[in-house]
Design a protein around this ligand. Sequence first.
Ligand SMILES: [Zn+2]
Length: 407
Amino acid sequence: MIKLTIAEPDNFRNDYMAAVENLILKELKILRRSVDHARGNGLDDLSDIRSFQFTTRDVIAIICDQEKNKDDFLKKNYETTLNTFRQGAIITPHDLSPIYDLIDALIDPATSKLRELLLCEPSELENKSDELYNEFGITTVEEKKIIKIVFNYKTQTDITNAIKGFFQIKNIAPFCPYCNFHKTRYIRGTHGRGAEGFQLDHFFDKATHPLISFSVFNLVPCDWPCNGTNKLSTDFSDEYHLNPYTDGFNQTMVFKAKIDPTELTVSKILFKINENFPSDRYKQLTGNDPSVDVDTLHGNLNVFQFNSRYNDVDILERAGYVIENLNHTINNHRIFKEVLGDTADSYTNYKNWYQRNTAGRFDPLEFIHLPLSKLWRDLHDDIYLKKATELPEGAKDIINRHYTVIP
Ligand SMILES: [Zn+2]
């Protein structure tokens, strides 16, 4: 897990609103009209019926819990259909007031409710839907289904295309923040076709939390294995899962290599958690058990199957090469002195040397720019800081400068 860092957060938020706000408002206004019609209001002007007749049909179908014939919502039949529905309705116009009031408040620019919903902080996401439901007294399944007509990631293709376009331009995750394995940078190829891309994962599942389907910090650009093979519709919570907009592993979890002493190869990648179990962060990493792969639904290490993925043959093989290179330098002080160079440039020299030898980024803030960066950095720190007293002057400071190691 690598933290997603937004370079210019105010611009990021404002650009997101510019990309999606009007599209969502348009759909909310259509829904407000359809709900009002279901309550028996505003039926005098049906001149632009094509813009709302199918939304009204969806609203009535939800309330009656049965599919409705689309011919019943043509202009000539529309008013009769709604009158008939209201006469036999179990749900009265009064029952639709709370959902109407919520839609109305989201539309009203004076309330800022839509902006607050779309831009709410990662830590506020989990309770945001319930907060709004409670504020407006929304309790029934039907009401929640009605508002979901607008906040439906699957069917609202104009909105979801705008969201995808926004993330393609922002390109905040060159590699997957969940696993740091695969490229997720969007690349536009020839003729405007996408050449490389990403999945947009809903951190909090859109079925359980429909109102935050379009909230920007609930949308995590990631790779297909994380979204489509591992997480799927697993119901995430702040208690048991870590949102990459909030934090990465940093030093709470560090990779270690188990070396086969006879072959001098890496036999296993281990996960060392620098917390006492059970702590809040521990639960976000491995759930209700301190070991990986026991509580498979909870903890990012379990859900994204780090144990299986980081212990695949190619990773172990490459880890062996990286460790061999690093050991070569630490045992050869002449090379080390050349790497460090002049004091003024020593950090840059060291960083460049490290990046050539591991093919990962050295600075944790840049881990997301190359795959497996945290793995290589953790293996490097483990080897080098164990031999800290043997290192030439200045080397330990460089290693610790941006990445304090918890003993
Ligand atoms: Zn991934």
